[in-house]
Design a binder for this molecule. Sequence first.
Ligand code: PLP
Length: 396
Amino acid sequence: MLAERTALFKSSGTAAARAAAKAAAESGKEIIDLTAGEIWSDLAPTIRVGAIDAIRRGINRYTDTIGMIELREALAQKVSGHTGQVWHADEVAVTCGAKQALFNAAMVLLNPGDEVIIPAPYWTTFPAQVLIAGANPVHVETRANGYVPRVEDIAAAITDRTRAMVVNTPNNPTGAVYGTETLVGIGKLAIERDLWIIFDECYGDFIHVDDAHCPIVSILPEARSRTLIVNSFSKSLALTGWRIGYLAGPKEVISAVKALQSHTTSNPNLIAQHAALAHLLNSDGSYERHLRSHLAGARQTGLSALSTLTRIPVPKATGGFYFYLDVSGLLRLRFGNDEPMTADDIVHVLLTRAGVAAVSGTTFGDPAGLRLSYGVPPEKLAIGLTRLVEVLNAWE
Ligand code: PLP
């Protein structure tokens, strides 16, 4: 008999979509998999050298629970440069990916019965972790506003139980980037209503339009004492498997995180820590530039293929590396049938007829969305999207 808590979560929908793609490929079909939340790229040379050097030196012991001091200092410097404020090592915790940073945040900030505002569509781990912490996710719809939350909608969702808001920009799955006005509005609300802001900027390096991504603490320094910045090397260095991320926030939160992490994973993998440190100390930024230009090219290829869709608006794809399609135009065609259709049906048809794997918006709380990753090899992307457009344009 399992604990009641296990009823609160299931394996992530994106993992399930990846598994369906893999199963179809194993049955002999040639599948173009656009489900992954990661970038197809070689390893950064600085990471490779840093890791090999650490292994050659034969180091093998625990580090400080929330990461080596040298790494936390280097990260504090990085956050300082990014935010234009001074940050110190005792305001930074190194974690096993941003996922652990978010989990730690949920566990040290939330009481049972608290509410956390999460704009929808949302990355599924946000509500899952809130539930595991005994709190309740409250979703605020963004679909009618270009996937950016309206400050008044967030204000209307706040109750006496609200304890925190999740702000994920650039957003997974929608690719939306929140502008300064929205961020200032959200920050002011947090101050007025005494709320925490969990600011996830894991995709912050990938902005494809002029209105740049801004850390909320830079544009509203008064919000810093109630903000936790969550970031990771997973996306910015195409390093998903190395499991290295970080959390920056007020010292007392970081100390609580340290105590919690000392009972869960202890320190993040030592070799990954050394690799990240070597990168922070020695990188000239060329790997990041290469990654950004690779993604910018893939985005252009993808947008030109998607511009031939007849009943689906071309996505803005402002940030990150996802195209998020609003497929409500296709679902409407089936109204009147017995079974209401959702993006799940479209995903199924795409997999079986086009050999293209996508993630259904139902995973993200949106029955009319479809997420396609363009972090894949460019030739695969072009073929996959051409097939996808053919099937969706012929949809009846
Ligand atoms: N935050 C967002 C919005 C994500 O999309 C992801 C991964 O997909 C993460 C955090 C977790 O990243 P990591 O691999 O560093 O745990």
